[in-house]
Design a protein around this ligand. Sequence first.
Ligand SMILES: [Zn+2]
Length: 84
Amino acid sequence: MPRKSHRVGPAIVSDGTGTIAYRAVTDLVCVQCGRAINADELFSRRAQHAPTGAIGLKTAPVCVACRPLHMEEIAAAPMEGVDG
Ligand SMILES: [Zn+2]
């Protein structure tokens, strides 16, 4: 299954909660506002209730306009040679 995003690292959302930032590899759509998340843009993911009949939780992309990300840790300590 082709990957649609790269995991970038930990980030802080505007409300102070921690999340994981991702970078889009292909164009995605924000589940909250429907805006396109273009390749190379940062975004976060949120848990989404699975459709009826499906098992478990799915995660769906949310754009930075809906959920601004603060990447202080990443800016302070760039990650190099991270696998995965
Ligand atoms: Zn959005």
